[in-house]
Design a protein around this ligand. Structure first.
Ligand code: ATP
Ligand code: MG
Length: 691
């Protein structure tokens, strides 16, 4: 199959054919940057470059999967599947797996997810006796985790961090936690997401053997969404590129939306500073969206001052105006969305996978989820948290593992921490030591903790009751042959339910959280039933399904089923790079988009919100739409039981009047379907009376 270059414009073609030396493709949304990467890969393969020498890095697993799918259609399937294609995180993990010694990790290292990281930080804080100020004297863990992550990605070591000037008590706490946190990771033989990148960068710098090996292996490097790389990722790219510098990066500074996580736009705008021989190609045409959508996007992003001036030139003429929908309140906004999607699918024949609902914050999707369920419509959620990714569900899952797969030390650690039972860092170290010497699992060491000296009495009591509860659960499990009731008993017995309810802060929130655990128990029950029908219940399969996301990066939470037949609900961050014929961009109000972090930053925000970044996020949202775009907002929203007025997002003011039409639900739908039906009824009734 020869590569067809006719589907590319001259600039795109030049980018595809420039295979040697550093190349930057800087261009607006929908201009075919990702398409350049896929064509470039095919071109390299056809020139005989072995697939193992080609690395393509994309921002999310979803984007990588999509790229692979496209490649499989364009070239030999086997070739396409043996490419190195993934995220920085997944490729980093693969490199570590191949050379654990070089990267300083055990052969079977664990990768901690966000929940694990929070658990460790919480435990270290407790251990160090650090409390926040204010009424509940508790820290926002997220702020500390974020700060440590930013340091790691900037190559600031725990010792360096100690010497920094602290602006907030969060920084101070983070600096104190950082060192013990890293020690715990080492003790667990685990790495966090940041290590998957930072370790690669430092090892390639320090270890000449590893550097030579990987530079020789990864001869052609491509990076999509380059505007959102951080310092550590830049170093990975530079150190892999070596002197050969066969590196092609594509991106758009107007879509830089991860500054809050340490991404540096300077990486892309200063590309030729890092790669002196760099050639830059700009793409001008937009192939994705109809003209009104492009015009709106141009008008919005033009308001940003710090940017590289460029315009989307629409190649698709015609198309509907952008619709701005105004709902009287949040509830009616959600209902309008549910109704509109339902009609699109059931009456207009739009395919569910062609529709996306996009929002600024993950929690906005709850209301939409509920309505789609009501209408019986299938959907998938990107970004935010899938059910089984929530903390309380993972905590419960950890107990299940300790009960039936007690060799899983990470699970044991997790269970030991919630609820807190006075077991500190030192005790864990004693236990790990004891286990290591005798080749035991951590759980076994806990069962034998009486044999260990030096454990403070409070911790010893905690360990004893933990051990007894687990043993009771196990006995119950072996006797009954099902894990559901024993797990439920175990969770109640150790006080997890009370803990979840208390942590939630309110009764409603607590019940909602505990629902996640109930969901897990039900899923487990169904799983056992299916297994029994087949003659065997393999719990490992259950863990695998539940962990499906664990090895993936933290940018998404998609399931394995793919998109077919499902509407997409996504945060704007996770929607980057993707496109849909019909897009609904919801909740466009001040305080939502732009986020309230911008208007009223909290002290715990490691990086204060940035209005230009919010605007770029809005721009990303608009430019996801191919054919039709609806932007919705509510005039009031329910907050703590009262309807509070909401100001329209300032970004709406920038949409050119000629390109939009406004649909005011309260005004325009008074004569909607239902009303017409009841008016007709009344009319007929009157008619009948008159006769
Ligand atoms: P984003 O900035 O959102 O990531 P992008 O620049 O990566 O966008 P692509 O996703 O590669 O853009 O392309 C956008 C759409 O335009 C895709 O549907 C792609 O197939 C189509 N497209 C790109 N180039 C061409 C072309 N030369 N002719 C026709 N269609 C094209
Ligand atoms: Mg792209």
């Amino acid at each position: 199959m020869a590569l067809d270059l006719s589907g590319l414009n001259p600039d795109q073609r030049a980018a595809v054919l420039t295979t040697e030396g550093p190349l930057l493709v800087l261009a607006g949304a929908g201009s075919g940057k990702t398409r350049v990467i896929t064509h470039r890969i095919v071109y390299l393969l056809e020139r005989g470059v072995p697939p193992g020498n080609i690395v393509a890095l994309s921002f999310t697993n979803k984007a990588a999967d999509e790229m692979r799918e496209r490649l499989q259609k364009m070239t030999d399937k086997a070739l396409a599947s043996s490419l190195v294609l993934g995220t920085f995180h997944s490729v980093g993990a693969a490199m570590m797996r191949e050379q654990p010694d070089h990267f300083g990790v055990p052969k079977k290292f664990g990768i901690l997810d966000q929940g694990d990281v929070y658990g460790i930080v919480r435990a270290v804080l407790r251990e160090l006796g650090i409390h926040g100020q204010g009424a509940d004297r508790r820290f926002d863990l997220g702020a500390i985790v974020q700060r440590i992550s930013l340091w790691k990605n900037d190559f600031v070591s725990p010792t360096d961090a100690q010497g920094l000037y602290f602006e907030t008590e969060y920084d101070e706490a983070a600096a104190a936690v950082y060192g013990p946190y890293e020690e715990r990771l080492r003790a667990l033989g685990a790495v966090d997401f940041d290590d998957l990148i930072v370790r690669i960068a430092t090892t390639l710098e320090e270890n000449t053997e590893a550097r030579a090996y990987w530079q020789d292996k990864f001869r052609y490097l491509m990076v999509d969404e380059y505007q959102d790389t951080n310092r550590a990722q830049l170093e990975v790219v530079r150190r892999l590129a070596g002197e050969r510098e066969n590196v092609c990066v594509v991106g758009d500074d107007d879509q830089a939306i991860y500054g809050w996580r340490g991404a540096k736009v300077a990486n892309i705008l200063g590309f030729d500073m890092y790669f002196k021989r760099a050639r830059t190609i700009k793409l001008e045409q937009n192939y994705r969206s109809y003209a009104p959508i492009c015009t709106c996007a141009n008008a919005v992003i033009a308001r940003n001052t710090s940017r590289h001036e460029k315009q989307l030139v629409p190649q698709r003429r015609g198309g509907d105006k952008v619709t701005v929908v105004v709902a009287p309140d949040g509830d009616q906004e959600a209902r309008w969305i549910g109704r509109t999607i339902f009609r699109e699918i059931r009456e207009s024949g739009t395919k569910p996978e062609d529709i996306a609902v996009l929002y600024r914050s993950a929690k906005q999707c709850d209301a939409i989820e509920a309505l789609l369920q009501e209408h019986g419509l299938a959907y998938r959620i990107l970004g935010g948290q899938a059910f089984y990714d929530k903390k309380q569900v993972k905590d419960a899952l950890a107990y299940l593992k300790v009960m039936i797969a007690p060799k899983d030390d990470l699970a044991t650690r997790r269970a030991l921490d919630v609820p807190s039972r006075g077991v500190g860092l030192k005790t864990i170290e004693h236990l790990s030591e004891f286990a290591r010497h005798r080749n035991l699992s951590l759980a076994e060491a806990i069962h034998r903790s009486d044999e260990i000296a030096d454990i403070p009495s409070r911790a010893a009591a905690g360990l004893r009751s933990f051990s007894a509860a687990i043993k009771r659960g196990q006995a119950h499990f072996y006797a009954s042959g099902s894990a559901v009731a024993p797990l439920q008993g175990l969770l109640e017995g150790v006080g997890l339910r009370e803990y979840v309810l208390k942590e939630a802060g309110s009764e409603a929130a607590g019940t909602a959280r505990w629902d996640g655990v109930v969901w897990l128990l039900e899923a487990l029950g169904r799983f056992e039933q299916r297994g029994r029908a087949k003659g065997q219940v393999r719990y490992n399969d259950f863990f695998q399904v539940m962990n499906a996301n664990k090895d993936k990066d933290k940018n998404e939470g998609d399931d394995e089923d793919g998109a077919r037949g499902q509407i997409t609900l996504s945060t704007l961050h996770s929607a980057k790079g993707l496109e849909w014929p019909l897009v609904l961009l919801i909740g466009c109000e001040e305080g939502v988009m732009p986020h309230k972090r911008v208007s009223a930053p909290r002290i715990s925000d490691a990086i204060a919100g940035d209005i230009e970044e919010e605007r770029r996020l809005f721009y990303v949202g608009i430019t996801r739409a191919r054919d039709r775009l609806f932007i919705t907002r509510a005039a009031t929203r329910l907050e703590r039981g009262a309807e509070v007025p909401r100001k329209p997002s300032r970004f709406l003011d920038d949409l050119p009047e000629t390109e939009i039409r406004v649909h005011d639900i309260a005004r325009d739908e008074r004569l909607g379907h239902d009303n017409i039906a009841s008016m007709a009824e009344a009319f007929l009734a009157n008619l009948a009376k008159g006769l």
